[in-house]
Design a protein around this ligand. Sequence first.
Ligand SMILES: Nc1ncnc2c1ncn2[C@@H]1O[C@H](COP(=O)(O)OP(=O)(O)O[C@H]2O[C@H](CO)[C@@H](O)[C@H](O)[C@H]2O)[C@@H](O)[C@H]1O
Length: 755
Amino acid sequence: SQGGPRLGRVAAPPILRDGAGRLVLRSPQRAPRRRDAAVVWAEAGEGGEEEETERVKDDEVAAGAWQPPRSRRSGVSKVAKRRGPAPPVGRYGSGDAARARGAAAPAPRQDAASSQNGALVTGDDKSAVSALSFTIVKVPAPDSGVILPSVGKEPEIVVPDTTAPPPFDFNFVSSVPIPRPDLADNAELTEEKSAKVVESAPKPEAPPSPIPVVHEEAWDFNKYIDFNEPVAAKDDRWVAEDVAASSENYQYYDSGPLAGENVMNVIVVSAECSPWCKTGGLGDVAGALPKALARRGHRVMVVVPRYGEYEEAYDVGIRKYYKAAGQDLEVKYFHAYIDGVDFVFIDAPLFRHRQDDIYGGSRQEIMKRMILFCKAAVEVPWHVPCGGVPYGDGNLVFIANDWHTALLPVYLKAYYRDHGSMQYARSVLVIHNIAHQGRGPVDEFPYMDLPDHYVEHFKLYDPVGGEHANIFGAGLKMADRVVTVSPGYLWELKTVEGGWGLHDIIRQNDWKMNGIVNGIDYKEWNPEVDVHLRSDGYTNYVLSSLDAGKRQCKAALQRELGLEERDDVLLIGFIGRLDGQKGVDIIGDAMPWIVSQDVQLVMLGSGRRDLEVMLQRFEAQHKSKVRGWVGFSVPMAHRITAGADVLVMPSRFEPCGLNQLYAMAYGTVPVVHAVGGLRDTVTPFDPFGDAGLGWTFDRAEPHKLIEALGHCLDTYRNYKESWRGLQERGMSQDLSWDHAAQLYEDVLVKAKYQW
Ligand SMILES: Nc1ncnc2c1ncn2[C@@H]1O[C@H](COP(=O)(O)OP(=O)(O)O[C@H]2O[C@H](CO)[C@@H](O)[C@H](O)[C@H]2O)[C@@H](O)[C@H]1O
């Protein structure tokens, strides 16, 4: 039960064989310390020489990735099958259990290899992390690519003194009530997951020894984790009832983490993260996916630069030095624990005061920031004691995002894994947008502080850029797995038109590519609870109050923007970065037709100066019908999404697209160019079958947009029932991150076992 003492069920020890076919088992005393299904403690000397482990090629993924786009259009039925939000595992998400495991797991280590990272080893290195004398040996495992570590002695756990509480209360209790897990569902899920593990991981045999029982009562987390008890917990009667109920009902209610034995330490590394710093969809994903992974039971951290003063995070007091572009730079770490996720902010002079311009400066300046960020991020699991206990590198997956952090998989390999360190850490690189790659002259390669032969991984020739060093390209080669944000975009990335020069690398690495559609953070983007709809005449609404709610929000938006307040006029919205990708100029080309219709158009965006000027010009020219809001306004984005009838997205390419998902959740009908994730998520309206979610057009051209908007306008005016059906189907989908997190977890498992 939530927060009650848990008798954790521990996964059965994995069964692996050594080269002679003998079973290799972990010792009973050590077994509870790790839940890593693939890793066992073997006695020193049991293993042999380091051997090259074979990567298992993932034909299944390859086959799935190449599904033709048509077959993915059955979006509605697929979406309908999605599961509801996953329940948390404990009061602190699953973090409490994970922390307990973390404390019992071998302490992370720093060895000589870390100095190759430019890190100056200082005295305080020893305080939080004890150096362990690991010997990494691989026992030949005929049917698997699993490495077996060997350790000569019991690891010493050094828990830092964290008795001083942080200067604020953590917001670790979700404000949205989360339903109790559906038992049948949970059991089914667990079964389904374990079936998948058996399929994808090295096949274990039946456990020979009884499942060890972990007595978590013995673990006093208050001693190690410095957060205040929730007020309710101070009521003794409540505590007593809870304890009684939890021990009585444990076997029925607590089926453990949804991730089952695949529970891992996951570190998401991103240049932006909502709500602290966001310029687009990457920020949304970095803010939401980690929470969904934590709900599944993983111990999850987000590492992000500290561009401003974030009041939730406090200085953990650790200082490190890393070299970036020839300079030794001091790095500090700030930490916050929110919604079951550790947020670690990397503080350095290079990042400070960049809050409103996080990608500003020259190309070299941006590169220098990202070099420093990646070097520091890869060692965070050693140095930063989140909740008292660092993550360590024993059961770890990094999720890097876009070119900004594509150096992380490269550093992980070059500084550590090539030198026998961080052998159980993996990296997954997510492509949100291939259009930005971190290209630069090959001459700049030395700034990255990598061994000379690594230059070959960076070198790329294409007719546009000539020979250059490509950071994204190198990251894609080095990562253990790659995810892109929709299957449709993955398909496009392999084409010359869609791959932007990296299509060959993507094709060659097809075996590790996966397409997973983003989700919605329903705490942020949900008309029922949206905080931006609580003032200025807006209102929250749900499907049953859609008509009244939408009408009120539409009127409030018209009022706020000084448009005529009319319910019968089609209100079209656009929200997005103003650049070539989003196709706002296509709306510009269609403007004569748009203003000739009885419609209103509201556009919100910032970016390219010429496109900003275009928005302002249209507003000036068509004052009664058009509004062009230049700037970045999160409240206005929410209000347009709620108040508009239609959201138009004529993107030339769109890896996933979040605004169309938000629009559908708000009963706003999307009209989109059928490309990438837009094609995957917006099933075209079928007036005869009363099916579909919006209008799509097949070329990013003004006359195609006009044609789609024409049909849309006709349905809005003349077929009210069909319109209502479109809204209802859009709102009824489960687009939550919980489904996507489950798919990410499958990729993390593959990264861990197949390489
Ligand atoms: N002027 C403004 N004011 C306020 N909010 C604004 C805004 N302009 C944009 N936004 C917000 O920024 C986000 C943009 O989401 P997109 O999916 O369009 O992202 P983007 O193209 O940046 O990201 C890339 O990454 C994401 C995430 O993977 C992919 O979905 C996408 O296809 C890919 O191009 C939305 O939350 C939107 O509301």
